[in-house]
Every structure is written in structure tokens, then in C-alpha cells.
Design a protein around this ligand. Structure first.
Ligand SMILES: Cc1ncc(COP(=O)(O)O)c(C=O)c1O
Length: 366
């Protein structure tokens, strides 16, 4: 049997009774929206991240739009965002009235840097979205030193650590997705916004509930964007296990290295001072499509998530202009995600590498 691209069920198997009890507790409570489970999850998740506040929202995309709105981003403003990311990082910007301005990434860590962001700044820049891509942790302090508020897009980085702290506590405000395949995944859509700023947290709470402070009068056009009680109860069961799962993801990366994966592709590079909880394990090769075909032939999971980078997607062409992002274009061509999960064993990593070793493709150059 092949190794799947990700495995969301095996890590949850030992938690089944606890999950069943949490779901039953919500059903019996009769409270399904903004009740005690969401409140408890928000304080537990804020404590985990080391952030002053966490606010549950409906998904990671709306988390970004709401975070931008809370920062006062609107028509006439620009927001710098990488193009080598999931589409939603940029898609969340136009609903605020602002324009995405695409920046490049570092070719080794695949994340934005102060240099790539600086190249995209203009007097209209109101915020920067620093994506902690694939579980790596972008160097937020260096980017913030450019003088623009940083929104961490931490959708892929729950469980990661950096010398400066955890994702969620590094920028002005941060956003998370609890999409089921994420490092901390709900049984449906979910998201959160974290911040250490009391006023920003208040604005986020107001915006997620139709732009109302008192839930009776409406001063702002907001959103109906809430994490629901069932998802919060499910996430509360999982949160205490996130660090152990992150250790499992890091161990899986080591298993690949031990099995000799570097003979066939360039391995992902952790940012200095960072302990990534690899969300996706993304290697690089000049023959990425051949590697993908080999792995598929052996029944193993693989996927080129961002073959067309965001600035080349049809919906974004009006914002992209003639921006030149050489590292992004190169990564788009050469990246490939291979199986990763908290339970990916040395034996599984060995199977994946053995499939490459047995392939007719020569040693690919990145
Ligand atoms: C980097 C990144 N940003 C934003 C999102 C959007 O999150 P959601 O799917 O919960 O809307 C995702 C994941 O889907 C993501 O990977």
C-alpha cells in the first residue's frame, strides 16, 4: 500500500472517545454558536500561541479579510503578499477594497523576507501578509522593522516554533485555518485570529458578528464569520496533542533525510531559529513532474500545489501588472509535496525514497 500525501485519521484514532464525548456535550448543551466551547478554545489557543487574544472565526480566508479590516485596510490601500502561497492569502485582500501587491520569496525557505517585502513597498502599503509557508516561520521581526504592520498568515504553521516565539504571537495580528488537513484541523471549516493588541481584538470580535459591538445596533458592515461550538469542542480535544504531532512531523522530515531523499531532490530548509511543524513536506527538483509520476506509479501521494503561482492566476492578473518574481516562478516549476503526517514512520519514508531510487529518472538537479 502506498503512503498517503497526508493522514488526518490515524492521529485522531486514540482520541475517538474524547471526541465523541465533546460532540455529545455540545449537542446536550443546546448552544451551538458563540457559547462556552468557543470561549474556552479561544483562551486555550491564545495561551498556546503566547498571544493576548484569540478570536474564533469561520475559516482562514475570512480570518485574513477580517484582520485586514481590523487594521483599517480599505480602498486605496495596498497590501504586500507573496505569490508563492495558497491563493486565499491574496484572495482575502480585494474584499477590503485594497489591492494585493505581489512580492517574491527566498528560494530556499520559500518564505517572504525583509528584502523581498521591501522591494514591493510603496507609500500606499498599509500592511504585509507574511505567510509561514509549509510550516516554516517567516522572520516577522525583520519585516516589521520596515515600519508596516505584519499580518502572519499562520494557516500552515500551527505547532511550529521560532526563537522569537510561536506563530500567532510574532506580528501585529495573525490568522489561522482549521481546515481538516491543517496541523490543527476541525471536522469542517474553522479559523482564528490572534493578537496581543486589545483594541484590535475588540474590532475583530465586532467584525465577526456583523460589525456590531452590542449585537443590536450595527455601525459597520461586517461578516457572519464564527467558529461554531462543535468545531471548538473538537479543537479543544486536539490542542493538547498539537506539540506531539508537530514532533512527529519534524521526525518525519528526519526520516526522509536518513533514507537518502537528498540524493533525489532538495529538502526544505528551516528558517534560522525555527523548528517547523512541516504542514506539507515540499521538496524541489528540476524534474519535479518526473518525480511525481514515479511516486504516483508506486501508489504514493504527491502534489504540486502551486504550479501556477497566485500572480499568474486569472483572477489576479489585474493586480499583478508586469511584476517579476523569479524565485516564485522557479519554485512554482520545481516544487513537489510528498507524504507528510505526524505518524509518517521511518519505514514509510524509506518506501517513498525507495520508489525514487528504483525509478528510471536520473538524479534530478534542483
Ligand atoms: C497559507 C494559507 N492561507 C489561507 C488559507 C485559507 O484557509 P481556509 O481554507 O480555512 O479558508 C489556507 C488554507 O486553506 C492556507 O494554506
Amino acid at each position: 500500500m502506498g503512503v498517503p500525501l497526508f493522514d488526518t485519521t490515524t492521529p485522531l484514532r486514540p482520541l475517538r472517545a474524547e471526541l465523541d464525548a465533546a460532540i455529545a456535550r455540545v449537542i446536550d448543551s443546546g448552544t451551538y454558536i458563540l457559547g462556552p466551547e468557543v470561549a474556552a478554545f479561544e483562551s486555550e489557543f491564545a495561551a498556546y500561541c503566547g498571544a493576548g487574544h484569540a478570536v474564533g472565526v469561520a475559516n482562514g480566508t475570512e480570518a485574513l479579510t477580517i484582520a485586514l479590516r481590523a487594521l483599517g485596510v480599505g480602498p486605496g490601500d495596498e497590501v504586500v503578499v507573496p505569490s508563492f502561497t495558497f491563493y486565499a492569502s491574496a484572495e482575502a485582500i480585494p474584499p477590503t477594497g485594497a489591492r494585493p501587491v505581489f512580492c517574491d520569496v527566498d528560494p530556499d525557505t520559500m518564505c517572504v523576507t525583509a528584502q523581498t517585502v521591501a522591494a514591493a513597498l510603496t507609500p500606499r502599503t498599509k500592511a504585509v501578509i507574511a505567510v509561514h509557508l509549509f510550516g516554516n516561520v517567516a522572520q516577522v521581526a525583520e519585516i516589521a522593522a520596515l515600519g508596516v504592520p505584519v499580518i502572519e498568515d499562520a494557516a500552515q504553521a500551527a505547532g511550529s516554533r521560532s526563537a522569537a516565539g510561536r506563530p500567532g504571537a510574532l506580528g501585529t495580528i495573525a490568522t489561522f485555518s482549521f481546515f481538516p488537513s491543517k496541523n490543527l484541523g476541525a471536522f469542517g471549516d474553522g479559523g482564528a485570529i490572534t493578537t496581543g493588541d486589545d483594541a484590535l481584538a475588540d474590532r475583530v470580535r465586532m467584525l465577526r458578528f456583523h460589525g456590531s459591538w452590542d449585537k443590536v445596533t450595527y455601525e459597520h458592515v461586517g461578516y457572519n464569520s464564527r467558529l461554531d461550538e462543535l468545531q471548538a469542542a473538537i479543537l479543544r480535544v486536539q490542542l493538547p496533542h498539537l506539540d506531539a504531532w508537530a514532533d512527529g512531523r519534524r521526525a518525519a522530515g528526519r526520516h526522509y533525510a536518513d533514507a537518502g531523499l537528498a540524493e533525489f531532490a532538495r529538502l526544505p530548509v528551516p528558517i534560522e531559529g525555527c523548528d517547523p511543524a512541516w504542514h506539507l513536506y515540499v521538496v524541489r527538483s528540476g524534474q519535479a513532474d518526473d518525480l511525481a509520476a514515479t511516486l504516483a506509479g508506486a501508489g504514493h501521494g504527491q502534489k504540486a500545489y502551486y504550479r501556477t503561482p497566485v500572480h499568474r492566476q486569472a483572477a489576479m492578473l489585474e493586480y499583478a501588472g508586469d511584476v517579476d518574481l523569479p524565485a516564485t516562478d522557479e519554485l512554482a516549476r520545481t516544487h513537489l509535496a510528498i507524504p507528510m503526517s505526524p505518524v509518517l514512520s521511518a519505514q514509510m519514508a524509506g518506501q517513498v525514497v525507495a520508489a525514487l531510487r528504483g525509478a528510471p529518472v536520473g538524479a534530478p538537479s534542483a
